[in-house]
Design a protein around this ligand. Structure first.
Ligand code: URA
Length: 201
């Protein structure tokens, strides 16, 4: 069994917070263990809780479209959430729930070793760049430890506020170039040689 499948099995048995009593299924995440890019949303909603898969509702269809716009499918990336069980009534995750779930997301990132973490929405953003506002940092790559963080608005935001749709579409179109630059240097901060430079904020 792969390290990631084993982890998902462990997540399915998690009772670290009260959400475990209300869930239909845990939603650990899905995609490839060899992903260069991991997309991290907020929390499972109604459909995700039923199916045990992330982003399968309307926001998920938009995420699929966004991936397709840069020539990717779900199988090429990894998709996870800050918390793995649905908050009742789709309320915001509570600080204690985020803390309880943190080790699972940390371990997923450790196993996958992505080059880019795309944060979807403010809960995911604040996990990596606390105190930043999404309206200021969306679409701008930032080095966070070993990885480049690329903040984006949550796909569901475009469903409520149509004007965000084209912003989200434009942001994701930056990803292939950012990934290409990271792959060509392997060290985003390196200067000199033939390495292309990535402008980080
Ligand atoms: N919204 C999220 O943040 N995650 C999902 O899995 C579905 C909707």
């Amino acid at each position: 069994m792969s390290a990631l499948s084993d982890l998902c099995r462990q997540v399915a048995a998690c009772h670290a917070c009260d959400l475990s009593h209300q869930r239909t299924q845990v939603v650990p995440g899905e995609g490839t263990e060899r992903a260069d890019i991991i997309f991290i949303g907020e929390a499972p909603g109604y459909n995700e809780d039923r199916l045990g898969r992330p982003f399968v509702g309307a926001a998920g269809s938009f995420l699929d479209e966004l991936l397709s716009s840069i020539g990717l499918t779900r199988k090429d990336v990894y998709i996870a959430n800050v918390i793995k069980c649905r908050p009742p009534g789709n309320r915001d995750p509570l600080p204690g729930e985020i803390v309880a779930c943190k080790p699972w997301l940390d371990r997923q990132i450790e196993i996958i070793e992505p080059k880019i973490i795309v944060t979807l929405g403010r809960f995911s953003l604040s996990r990596f760049l606390p105190n930043e506002s999404i309206s200021k940092v969306h679409g701008k790559p930032r080095q966070v430890g070993e990885v480049v963080c690329f903040p984006m608005y949550h796909p569901a935001a475009a469903l409520h506020q149509g004007s965000l749709r084209s912003i989200i579409e434009a942001d994701i179109r930056r990803l292939p170039e950012i990934l290409g630059t990271l792959k060509s240097t392997d060290e985003p901060n390196v200067t000199g040689g033939d390495a292309q430079q990535l402008t980080l904020f």
